[in-house]
Design a protein. Structure first.
Lengths: 817, 102
């Protein structure tokens, strides 16, 4: 069968992005031809400003060189403007007569800059700012002329003005509104911005209306027509000298071709949620479309559209485009500015404002119905991407409201020396401590490989792909380098590259459709890979087991090696062994056995852990079963996404301050909960008085004894993100502590996402939700606690009942000839 | 030199076994879901992690130390990582896994 033909009109970022997505998911499905009116291959239009400012060259911003098209078998018609779509014959005809028939047509014609209908717009030296050609003419003018006026104080206008200033021109920005970037900034932030730009030497005329562009009197006198522009006349009569005028007052979707072909247009080419126009064979994406009444002029929505469109063209047909929320960042070196959402204020909204004008810092967060709806930041934008994420997720911020203004990074993320301003970091400064990636390497990868999303940066550089604590920094660098309106992590985040499904969707499907094995889940959820990958298989294995205890089949090959060999792999391939010591208490015979094991198996290192246990490091894999047997102590599960330790203080048994028997309480908890697998590791602590020597404040569940009973805290964390646990409730008896702690942990086990610690789980669902399920609903609490006990009932100790625990004992013995 | 290291069913599906060579080196012998077998030196090109202990998927293995993905067929690391590990010919003959040592 002959391949279907796909023709793309428009070789900008939108069209090319669709092709990239399409080639990834359905290579070879279409015979593809592309028309581009510009004589250049696809380039990053957002980066024209750095080119204008001399920070990058045209070559730097090419996204797909001509060879890319050839390598992918795409016929590229450069410099050819399409004249007509013949819908009846299903063919596209260019001005030079080139004809390409299509089965599917993709319109990505972008937008045209808007020219104010002023006297004098036809003069030489009057430009818009849209493409490489405009940029080159501006660079030329800057080399020979002295004065420039930019009409329009929006994002694009200010970037143009800055670029021309950097190139040595006198620049005045004429803006009709009372403050700059009024669509992205409030008055205060705009004022700070204006001050910064004025310090760079830019001049401004606000609330200023342009009356006319003046020609050259000498040219007129010599009969050479009006010649070059000489000045801009305002309604007030003022004349600003200018030999270059840049019009940056907005864009209009380019719909001429679509309209001529009889496609329904309303401001833009009207498309549905699968990016199809009224003719279902014809798709449209990018700035030329009107989706649910909105035409977008930034790159992030365009990428979201491209993904959906490519999916549909590939016959996957699962994605829908539901519109985009926008964020903005100005690409002017030395200016830190971020805005997102709706910050117009008004009824029902509340503002949280931090202003330190002399330090040049201003932040305003707008909240409606306990949700963040808008954010404007100037001077310190490190948390911009975090606010944007909160905004997109639309989740309640009531719980974190008092900390909201101070951002995500105030809570002490470890690993990058407290660095939180990417712009001020040196290129050799390390950003990602896990993978040793410095800022320069990230910037280089973004520029050279044309990266736009956090995921792409992770894939290409590994930065922020391990512990993730530097994600904010990497996003900042991405914003700076790739341009402000880069696409953040998608709203709906797939588990991994094997699927479009999210963790939540997979959890739901496993429960609703009673999926009991990984192959069944992959089949039902239409996984793209036959047996997943190292990311999704462990997640699915956990979801199956936690949803259907005693029914779903455990698959050891889908577990990370530590959970397969029940020991913790070390850098040299040996293992560490940590036996369980209930509540951190041990005795002479255990210690003697440990000492004997250390001698017998020549174990090089013995170390006391932070969780009140003893770690034997450097055990050979073949020795593991014998070591377990000789120790005669239960598995400590120090290797597993499971209950680790219950740390305790000595409590009222010995301590002169102790109010409660914390050691016994801890041991009861540990005996009730050990062998409990969870989305991530789980650590508990019990202190016998508010002095809190067991450090209950940074544990997944922390219990503190007081004279009248026990306080229970949840979702603390002492790791990458030091987070103080939140108060859940106060109870009287040991049994109540067990029931409440158990119910909370079962909720986490049933609803947490794989590799999500309790701190992230509670941040996602909200403490109110946890309280509703664990405190307010007492029947529900009992049911949760019973389900946990049911799950753990009869669960074997893998060290001492390996057969029953499904441990593959063959792994311990190597093969030999 | 060819050696029979084990039966096919001695290697778990989507898993591996370690074969100890007389010179002290270890070779990881992998089995995929489709019962194809592959053999690589049991040392990740990154930091020498034991690939035999990784999670096997498709025709790749993820190193247990830092999650580098190694192609079982070629021994090469998947981008952006760079490097390759020595590979060995291996095949199944009448249910026996036969490894070629060179």
């Amino acid at each position: 069968m002959e391949k279907r033909k796909l023709v793309v009109v428009g070789n900008g970022m939108a069209g090319a992005r669709v092709l990239e997505e399409l080639l990834e998911i359905a290579p070879g499905l279409y015979d593809i031809a592309v028309f581009g009116a510009e004589p250049h291959p696809n380039y990053n239009r957002i980066l024209l400003s750095p080119v204008l400012a001399g920070e990058q060259t045209v070559k730097d911003i090419i996204l797909n060189p001509v060879e890319w098209y050839a390598e992918n078998g795409i016929r590229l018609h450069l410099g050819k403007t399409v004249a007509k779509i013949d819908r009846r014959a299903r063919a596209v005809i260019a001005e030079d007569g080139t004809r390409e028939p299509y089965d599917r047509l993709l319109l990505a014609t972008g937008s045209n800059p808007f020219m104010l209908p002023l006297p004098g717009v036809d003069l030489d030296g009057v430009l818009t700012y849209r493409d490489i050609h405009d940029t080159e003419r501006m660079i030329e003018a800057a080399a020979t002329q002295r004065d420039a006026v930019v009409i329009g104080g929006g994002l694009l206008g200010l970037e143009a003005a800055n670029g021309l200033k950097v190139r040595g021109m006198n620049v005045t920005v004429v803006h009709v509104m009372p403050w700059l970037m009024e669509r992205q900034l409030d008055r205060t932030a705009a004022g700070l911005l204006q001050k910064t730009l004025e310090a760079k030497g830019l001049q401004f005329r606000l609330e200023a209306h342009t009356q006319a562009l003046l020609g050259s009197p000498s040219a007129l006198a010599e009969g050479r027509g009006e010649g070059r522009v000489s000045g801009v006349q305002l309604k007030t009569g003022e004349v600003i000298p200018a030999q270059l005028v840049v019009m940056a007052v907005g864009i209009r979707p380019n719909t001429a071709l679509a309209q001529a072909a009889g496609l329904h247009c309303n401001r833009g080419v009207v498309v549905n949620d699968t990016l199809q126009t009224y003719d279902p064979r014809i798709y449209a994406v990018g700035e030329c479309v009107s989706h649910r009444g909105t035409a977008y002029g930034l790159v992030a929505p365009l990428f979201e559209m491209a993904k959906v469109c490519a999916n549909h063209l590939a016959h996957h047909g699962i994605g829908r485009y539901g519109g985009s929320l926008l964020s903005t960042k100005l690409k002017v070196t030395g200016v830190d500015l971020f805005s997102a959402g709706d910050f117009s204020g008004g009824d029902g909204t509340e503002d949280i404002v931090l202003a330190d004008p002399s330090a040049g810092v201003y932040k305003r967060l707008v909240i409606r119905d306990d949700k963040l709806v808008g954010a404007v930041m100037y001077g310190d934008t490190v948390d911009g991407s975090w606010y944007f994420k909160l905004l997109r997720e639309g989740r309640s911020v009531a719980q974190i409201r008092d900390k909201l203004m101070f951002g995500e990074s105030n809570l002490g993320d470890a690993g990058h020396l407290g660095e939180n301003r990417a712009a001020s970091m040196a290129p050799e400064a390390q950003v990602c401590g896990c993978n040793g990636v410095c800022k320069g390497a990230i910037v280089k990868a973004i520029k050279e490989k044309g990266l736009f999303t956090l995921e792409e940066v992770r894939r290409n550089t590994k930065a922020s792909s391990s512990c993730g604590s530097c994600t904010g920094l990497v996003e900042q660098i991405l914003m700076f380098t790739a341009g402000g309106d880069y696409s953040t992590a998608p709203k709906k985040k797939a588990i991994c590259g094997c699927t479009e499904r999210t963790h939540q969707e997979v959890r739901d499907a496993i429960r609703e459709h009673e999926l009991l094995s990984i192959p069944a889940a992959y089949r039902f959820l239409e996984w793209r890979t036959p047996n997943g990958c190292a990311s999704c298989r462990p997640a699915l294995n956990y979801y199956l087991l936690s949803t259907w205890p005693h029914r779903a089949q455990d698959d050891p090959q889908s577990r990370f090696i530590n959970e397969r060999s029940h020991a913790n792999i070390q850098k040299d391939g040996t293992y560490s062994v940590i036996p369980r010591m209930w509540g951190g208490e041990t005795n002479s015979s255990e210690l003697r056995r440990i000492a004997d094991v250390v001698d017998k198996y020549a174990i090089p290192t013995v170390k006391v852990t932070g969780g009140q246990r003893i770690d034997l490091l450097g055990v050979k894999k073949e020795d593991l079963p014998a070591v377990w047997k000789d120790l005669g102590m239960p598995s400590g599960h120090a290797y597993a996404k499971a209950l680790r330790t219950v740390k305790t203080c000595v409590g009222s048994e010995w301590c002169r301050f102790g109010t409660q028997d914390s050691t016994r309480m801890g041991q009861e908890l540990e005996r009730a909960l050990w062998r409990m697998y969870a989305p991530h590791k789980v650590k508990l602590a019990v202190s016998g008085c508010p002095r809190n020597c067991a450090e209950s404040g940074i544990k997944d569940v922390g219990v503190i004894g007081i004279e009248s009973g026990w306080e229970i805290y949840v979702a603390g964390n002492g790791g990458i993100k030091t987070e103080v646990a939140q108060f859940l409730c106060k109870v009287k008896t040991h049994a109540q502590v067990l029931e409440h702690a158990g119910a909370f942990l079962q909720l986490y086990r049933e609803e947490g996402w794989y590799l999500e610690r309790t701190v992230h789980f509670v941040a996602r669902v909200g403490l109110d939700y946890v309280k509703k399920r664990v405190l307010d609903d007492s029947e529900g609490r009992v049911a949760l606690w019973e389900r946990l006990q049911f799950s753990l009932d009869g669960e074997p100790d893998p060290w001492h009942e390996p057969m029953r625990a499904g441990v593959d004992l063959r792994q311990f013995a190597p093969l030999s000839a | 030199m060819k050696v029979t290291v084990c039966k096919l069913q001695d290697i778990p599906k989507l898993g591996a076994r370690r074969y100890l060579k007389s010179d002290g080196h270890t070779i990881a012998v992998f089995r995929t879901a489709e019962d194809n077998v592959f053999a690589l030196r049991d040392a990740c090109p990154h930091k020498g992690g034991p690939l035999s202990q990784g999670i096997v998927f498709g025709e790749s293995v993820a190193c247990p130390l830092h999650n580098w993905c190694i192609d079982l067929k070629s021994g090469s690391a998947a981008a952006p990582d760079e490097g390759a590990v020595e590979r060995f010919d291996v095949r199944v003959v009448n249910g026996d896994v036969e490894l070629s040592l060179t």
